[in-house]
Design a protein around this ligand. Structure first.
Ligand code: ZN
Length: 325
């Protein structure tokens, strides 16, 4: 049961530096199957087809709304021939998407027609459909009115049903308070609910903004194992920075908390820094700009393979080694 939170906090708090998630990156054991599931079944658009900038032997595919709006994106590295991950401490264990109010029955039927097991539940009265992607990553579709902020991809689905972006992520952590401190001190988020049972603790934090991915749930379960990374695991969570000044303000807070960060890295579509929060979950802070239309116009997003400048001269070699999509 959720305890009462302070919904009006953000209205009076000038410290909110991050309005929500930018993207979630996970690991796919079969990139063709992942592509089919997220585009044809969930109705997202492939908005960028590139490689992992740190490991060009792996695809990096970005799925989101029509324009790749920050907060709508789930991305995958291809880790073919890799063993399945094991959910546990130090990892994101569920990713939630927003669906329009009233659309849960449509999704339950659509998933059943695809032969995908799903369960209908409620969270703070909102209908939630729980399912797994083809690699076993736990997903949720949560009824949440966030319309007007994104451009859902509507080739497959009507506006009454289409996913409108990320909703939340659930992290399994060894110390709820320590991770919560990072979300509060670095991002300016605040606690909106908490529940405790013997051996089990849960805290909800929100940014207070009307934005996609503005919620994180922290779980601690006494008997949970340490996470083992593999296919079906979330590799990292990226949070939004409005611009580079906001990003460097957050970096200053991370360092003030005694945590280390990478330098700013140019990811072509955003500028990023990475750090591990106290339980070991890898966090990224990514700028909103320049976005996915920096090297393709919006009509052609995701159609051709885009590589960063330092890999262009190896293009043929790189493409020859990547699995087919
Ligand atoms: Zn990322």
């Amino acid at each position: 049961m959720w305890l009462t939170g302070c919904e009006s906090h953000a209205m009076s708090c000038p410290m909110t530096q991050c309005i929500g998630l930018h993207h979630v990156t996970a690991l796919s054991g079969n990139i063709r199957r992942t592509h089919d599931f997220y585009t044809r079944v969930l109705g997202l658009r492939l908005v960028k087809k590139t490689v992992n900038f740190d490991d060009a032997a792996s695809w990096h595919l970005y799925f989101g709304d029509t324009t790749g709006t920050p907060g709508t994106l789930i991305t995958f590295f291809s880790w073919e021939d890799t063993r399945a991950g094991q959910p546990g401490f130090g990892e994101t264990v569920a990713v939630s998407f927003s669906i329009p109010p009233g659309s849960a029955p449509f999704w339950a039927e659509r998933l059943s027609d695809e032969g995908i097991a799903c369960a209908l539940d409620h969270d703070a009265k909102a209908p939630v459909i729980a399912l797994h992607d083809p690699d076993g990553l736990a997903l949720e579709l949560v009824e949440h009115d966030i319309t007007g902020l994104t451009h859902p991809h509507l080739d497959e689905l009507s506006p009454d049903h289409a996913i409108t972006g990320l909703h939340a992520a659930t992290l399994l952590v060894s110390d709820v308070e320590a991770t919560a401190r990072v979300l509060m001190d670095v991002f300016g988020w605040y606690e909106t609910g908490r529940s405790e049972l013997p051996g089990f603790e849960r805290m909800r934090l929100q940014s207070g903004a009307k934005a996609q991915g503005a919620q994180i749930d922290l779980l601690r379960a006494a008997n949970a194992p340490q996470a083992k990374r593999g296919t079906g695991s979330v590799h990292h969570l990226a949070f939004r920075a409005a611009d580079e000044a906001a990003q460097s303000a957050m970096v200053a807070e991370i360092r003030r908390a005694g945590l280390e960060t990478t330098p700013v890295l140019d990811r072509t579509y955003f500028k990023s820094i990475y750090f591990r929060e106290p339980s070991g979950v890898l966090f990224e802070i990514a700028t909103d700009a320049p976005g996915f239309t920096v090297d393709e116009n919006v009509e052609r997003l995701g159609e051709s393979v885009k590589l960063p400048a330092n890999l262009q001269d190896k293009r043929e070699v790189i493409l020859a080694k990547l699995p087919e999509i």
